[in-house]
Design a protein around this ligand. Structure first.
Ligand code: 2AM
Length: 185
């Protein structure tokens, strides 16, 4: 028999989770940005782009959450991170695409629709695709767009759990959901 979970709820969200090559390329932006903006670099292997944030849900609902994600059928796409920006309200420096591909908008729309259908609540703030690179950063007037663009072929999305690790927030990927290669022609 499998062990019962050690806590009744899990703090979860759906995200695009880069491969090592892509997260490595994005992590290379962190040092020059830190020199300009200070703050704390997010661990390279935990860099991600949040699609939908649910917060705490009961462990027993995870299976149903995974089924909701499995019903999402959208196509793979390329995402290009062109530059870094400072977000004063959250004190973060983040990487973002200049152009948001329509497939990404369709993916978040389909995911939200499926979550809704399955009775899951999620953060309804306007979707602003970004990857947080530095936390507790300060603003600067310096140009932040001095990095090499990072191209990412998005083949899947992930369900992740936030897990506190040694005083900072760590993340664990619980499941991955492939996108359809080549679209739906
Ligand atoms: P952030 O990087 O801009 O802080 C896990 O917390 C992930 O979910 C983070 O990427 C975080 O974005 C995102 N997120 C979105 N809405 C959130 C919320 N209401 N509370 C905490 N994290 C949220």
């Amino acid at each position: 028999m499998s062990q019962p979970p050690d806590k009744p709820t899990a703090r979860v969200f759906f995200a695009l989770w880069p491969t090592e090559a892509e997260s490595g390329a994005l992590a290379a932006w962190q040092m020059p940005l830190k020199q300009l903006c200070g703050g704390r670099a997010v661990l390279g292997k935990t860099l991600h782009l949040t699609l939908a944030f649910l917060g705490g849900i009961e462990q027993i609902r995870l299976e149903s959450l995974i089924r909701a994600a499995q019903e999402v059928r959208t196509e793979d796409f390329e995402l290009c991170f062109d530059g870094a920006h400072f977000w004063g309200r959250n004190h973060i420096v983040y990487a973002a695409p200049d152009h948001v591909p329509p497939q990404l908008v369709r993916l978040t729309g389909a995911l939200e629709q499926s979550l809704d259908t399955h009775g899951f609540k999620f953060d309804q703030h306007e979707f602003k695709p970004h990857i947080t690179l530095l936390r507790n950063a300060r603003g600067t007037n310096a140009e932040l767009n001095v990095m090499q663009p990072v191209h990412w072929q998005v083949m899947d999305f992930a369900l992740a759990e936030s897990v506190p690790q040694g005083g900072v927030m760590g993340y664990r990927v619980l499941a991955r959901f492939p996108l359809k290669t080549g679209g739906f022609g």
